[in-house]
Design a protein around this ligand. Structure first.
Ligand code: GN1
Ligand code: MG
Length: 359
């Protein structure tokens, strides 16, 4: 691997680096903050792209370039001010691309958004704003002229995730099957219902749209006064069902506990967060959501805790090869926590339906 300074030197606009320090963030890429000296120079985010997960880095960066260019153009057309803080900008490397390959790893640099913050927890008020913004993100990309590829093929394809789980069960690579066999049987009972979207897609009844596919509140930048600035972490922006953006946000934000909470009694579905987010999301997507998409939003709420249960469990069975873990049974604890959340979303379904019917 090249040294940080060597890596940075391949991005000509980044000069006078004074400090590089790691940032704690997602489970996938490694992220660093690069500070530069000089009062007019901006700081940067340096990321080592997880090339195991994102195997086609060229496609990944192509998607991101198309998305950020399109959004920037729309902001300019709308005479927005402060565009620098409203859409990400990636630095060009000396190879003319927005990434550098050091022979082993892929690196990219993007401008650090000044005077911004991320939030780890949400209130109904911020959920409403985030719903509005993620919906607006989809709306802005509805007329994207370029075709985007899937940066992770079949990322939110439930049939594919079930196949992966079944393979992990059959392989039993880490010898953990005995411990989770009963849970696998429970999961299997709902598999057909949870794979409904793929079925409807094949029948031509459900569209795929450009979605963010990782709609955590931590993927939204706010200014210091709590106003929404922009959407970040665009790696998974690709064609998907709108359920991805709607359901995955609620999976994390409407959970009353962290996604790896060991005490299952603490895990509930927060209806206030659901209502506020849904209100915002519907406001900005009303112009294009089809009746079937809207009718299936309660399904989306259940789908994501279910899918995440399946993904964590498959990784646990495979011996923790995908998600970074902090202790040996971490993926097992995550699995149980997501399955509990799934059951809570099932319990909440009548109220969820009632709210959506009135909206
Ligand atoms: C991963 O790395 P992070 O936290 O943004 C994963 C998501 C999961 C999430 C679970 C590319 O996201 O799909 O929902 O972990 N991203 C990828 O915490 O697999
Ligand atoms: Mg992510």
């Amino acid at each position: 691997m090249e040294t940080f300074n060597e890596i940075i030197s391949h991005f000509p606009e980044v000069r006078h680096v004074s400090k590089i320090e790691p940032l704690t963030s997602g489970l996938i890429n490694k992220t660093y903050k690069v500070e530069t000296a000089g009062k007019d120079s901006c700081d940067y985010i340096l990321q080592c792209i997880n090339h195991q997960v994102f195997q086609d880095v060229d496609l990944l960066q192509h998607n991101i370039e198309c998305v950020t260019r399109h959004i920037r153009r729309k902001l300019e057309e709308a005479h927005e001010t402060d565009i620098r803080r409203k859409v990400l900008r990636f630095a060009e490397a000396d190879n003319g691309k927005t990434y550098h390959f050091d022979g082993e790893h892929y690196w990219r640099v993007c401008e650090f958004i000044p005077d911004s913050q991320t939030l780890d927890a949400v209130t109904p008020e911020t959920s409403y704003l985030v719903g509005l913004k993620f919906g607006e993100f989809e709306a802005m990309l509805a007329d994207l002229p370029e075709k985007l590829g899937e940066t992770i093929p079949d990322f939110h394809n439930m049939e594919f995730r079930m196949r992966q789980l079944r393979e992990a069960v059959a392989g039993n690579a880490a010898g953990r099957l005995d411990k989770v066999k009963a849970l696998v049987d429970e999961i299997e009972k709902d598999a057909d219902e949870m794979c409904r979207a793929e079925q409807l897609y094949r029948e031509g009844k459900l569209p795929k749209r450009i979605c963010h596919c990782d709609t955590k509140v931590s993927n939204m930048m706010f200014d210091k006064d709590g106003r929404v600035l922009c959407v970040i972490d665009l790696d998974t922006t690709m064609p998907s069902f709108v359920f991805s953006d709607f359901g995955d946000f609620l999976r994390s934000a409407a959970n009353t506990a962290p996604e790896d909470e060991p005490d299952l009694d603490k895990i509930h579905f927060n209806m206030e967060i659901f209502k506020a987010f849904t209100k915002g999301y519907l406001e900005s997507t009303r112009s294009f959501l089809t009746p079937l998409e809207k009718e299936m939003l309660p399904y989306a709420v259940k789908l994501f805790p279910y899918m995440q249960t399946v993904r964590f469990l498959a990784d646990y069975l495979n011996g923790d090869t995908y998600y970074q873990i902090s202790y040996p049974e971490h993926n097992y604890v995550r699995t149980l926590a997501q399955f509990k959340l799934y059951q809570e979303t099932k319990k909440a379904e009548p109220e969820i339906r009632k709210f959506l019917n009135e909206e």
